[in-house]
Structures are given as structure tokens and as C-alpha cells.
Design a protein around this ligand. Structure first.
Ligand SMILES: [Zn+2]
Length: 307
């Protein structure tokens, strides 16, 4: 009988789950909006409900071997399972997620930071497969990141390994939710793109509309994306020198606007980083789309099971 893992991705907007085979095939999936002010006990019920939908999707074939979950919170190398810092889902602060997963599923489990999970997913099955060292940047509402060094994810002692959204690129710049100013998240996320376009007199509801304007040749949209590319390039040039990766993979919703910023971004990195590492670090788009994080969480579950 074939076994499978369940992998979940907890986001500020949606809670997703998939049944995934040992080889990384998504067998079924389920999704629901993350309720406002979701509580720990409510989360347990919702995970159970999504698991039921995933099981229905595969018609009860196979046996659940492990569970993996990506969370928008720091996950240290030796994580105790307690969620400490969730700026986007504050009501889950202090939740013992390890205990909760054990109660709901009673199988081995693995918890991963969501951006690190995306890096692991792309490394397992996507754009950085068989690449030893890579930088993964998640460009969405905010900016996150994950590092794969010598084939292994960098988690860090306090779970901030790979966190690159709050690298400062403008010392006296726009204030950031993290308490600092001028973080790259304030210049290159979807939220930032909308704000920058707005500052240039292009009033839109979201970054998607800024991209639509770019496609129509609107000069304010063109400038917005080159500003975004410049700041993202400043951040990545520093990391390219520091880490000397073979690949930089960009994932998340903003990558839909690839043609609006990728050339400028490459040029900025080339202008600022040392020549050899800049040439080495190939800039690519993720290939797993929304599934990168969920597949990374699945990989963690499979490893937890094999242990
Ligand atoms: Zn910040």
C-alpha cells in the first residue's frame, strides 16, 4: 500500500493542504480562507477538516505517514513547536503547534518557516534542483527568503536564517512594520510596488494593476518597476558576495511581472557585486508556483518519517 504525507501551508490569507506522495506528486489538495483572529483550538479543527478533504480526494488510498507544515514565523534549527512571532496572525502567538499536530494527526511531523519551505521545495523538485547553494526570495505581500547552503537549508539558532526581507536598502527610508526603516520589503514587495506607483501619481488597487499599466507602456509603472528592481538588486548584490550562490530563485505573486523588473535587477546585481559571483549566480523564476512551500513542507514530513 502506498503511503503519503499531508503538507499544510498557513498563510495570513489562506490555509492550504495537500496530500503528497513520497516522490513529491500532489495527489489532492484543499484550501480555505484563514479565519480572522483564528485561535489555536480552531486551527486544530480546520486542519482536521482539510485533511478529510485531502483524504477524500485520494479515495482513501494509502496510509498517512507524516505531516509537514509551513508557518509565517521563525522556526529555529531545534524547534520546540511553540509559535513565537507571527506578525500576520497574532492570535496564534504562543500556540504549541507541535502538540496540536500530534493531537490531530498522531504521526511524525515537521514544522518549517514558510519561506524556507519554499526554498526547500524548489531545491527538491524545482528551479534549484541539484544546485548546492542558492538564494530563494519570496516576493508577495511581504518579502521572505530561504537559503540552501551546501544542500541544506539554513534555519539559524533563533529561526531567522534566510530572513532577507528586512535588510536595509535605504537608511532613512520608509518605516517598516519590523520597527526599522528602509527595509527591502518596503521597496520590492507587492505592497511596496502599489505604494511607489501611487507616489508617482499612478493610483491602483494592487501590484497586478501596476503591471497591467506597465504592459500598456505607462511611464510611471515602468519607473516603479525599475525602482523596485534597483532596491532588490542592492539587497541581492550584498547576498551574492556573501554567499556566492549558484542560483537565485524568485518565487511568489510578484514574479508574474518578471519582464517588468528582471533585466534591471540582473544589471543592478552585476553593477554592485564582485564579477565572478555575479556571473555565477543565475537569476531564475521558481517553477513550482504556489506549491513551492507546500512541497517543501512535504519534504520535511518525509524526512521526519524516515527518521
Ligand atoms: Zn523591516
Amino acid at each position: 500500500m502506498q503511503s503519503y504525507v499531508l503538507a499544510a501551508d498557513l498563510g495570513g490569507t489562506n490555509l492550504r493542504m495537500a496530500a503528497v506522495s513520497e516522490k513529491g506528486a500532489i495527489l489532492s489538495h484543499a484550501l480555505m480562507p484563514t479565519p480572522d483572529a483564528v485561535s489555536s483550538s480552531q486551527l486544530g479543527g480546520l486542519l482536521d477538516q482539510l485533511a478529510e478533504e485531502c483524504r477524500d480526494g485520494i479515495k482513501g488510498v494509502g496510509q498517512l505517514s507524516a505531516v509537514g507544515m509551513g508557518v509565517p514565523a521563525p522556526v529555529p534549527a531545534n524547534f520546540d513547536g511553540i509559535l513565537t512571532k507571527l506578525p500576520n496572525i497574532r492570535t496564534l502567538q504562543g500556540t504549541d503547534l507541535g502538540l496540536l499536530l500530534k493531537e490531530v494527526f498522531n504521526v511524525p511531523f515537521h514544522i518549517e518557516n514558510d519561506a524556507t519551505a519554499a526554498a526547500i521545495g524548489e531545491h527538491w523538485l524545482g528551479a534549484t534542483r541539484e544546485i548546492d547553494s542558492s538564494i530563494c526570495v519570496t516576493l508577495g505581500t511581504g518579502i521572505g527568503g530561504g537559503l540552501i547552503l551546501n544542500g541544506q537549508p539554513l534555519r539559524g539558532r533563533d529561526g531567522s536564517g534566510g530572513e532577507m526581507g528586512h535588510i536595509c536598502v535605504e537608511p532613512e527610508g520608509h518605516p517598516c512594520g519590523c520597527g526599522s526603516r528602509g527595509c527591502v520589503e518596503q521597496y520590492a514587495s507587492a505592497t511596496a510596488i502599489t505604494r511607489i506607483a501611487n507616489e508617482k501619481g499612478l493610483f491602483t488597487n494592487d501590484a497586478r494593476e501596476v503591471y497591467t499599466a506597465f504592459r500598456k507602456g505607462d511611464s510611471r509603472a515602468v519607473e516603479t518597476f525599475s525602482t523596485m528592481a534597483r532596491y532588490l538588486g542592492i539587497m541581492l548584490a550584498g547576498l551574492v558576495n556573501t554567499i556566492n550562490p549558484e542560483r537565485i530563485v524568485l518565487v511568489g505573486g510578484v514574479t508574474a511581472a518578471w519582464d517588468a523588473f528582471a533585466a534591471d535587477l540582473e544589471a543592478e546585481i552585476a553593477n554592485r557585486a564582485y564579477e565572478a559571483p555575479a556571473l555565477r549566480a543565475k537569476l531564475v523564476r521558481g517553477v513550482l508556483g504556489d506549491n513551492a512551500g507546500i512541497l517543501g513542507a512535504a519534504r520535511g514530513a518525509i524526512d521526519a518519517w524516515l527518521e
